[in-house]
Design a protein. Sequence first.
Length: 47
Amino acid sequence: MAKLYTQKKLAATKMLPKKETVSFILQYSKALKIVKYSGMNFKIIAN
């Protein structure tokens, strides 16, 4: 018999990201560059 997951109530806590996670994503997006050449996409990460 299938287990029903809708019967449990979820906690009402806010899920907030850590400062390190936000910083990592911002730095990654700044370093990522996508170059389109002859119908191809090249993804370059400049460290």
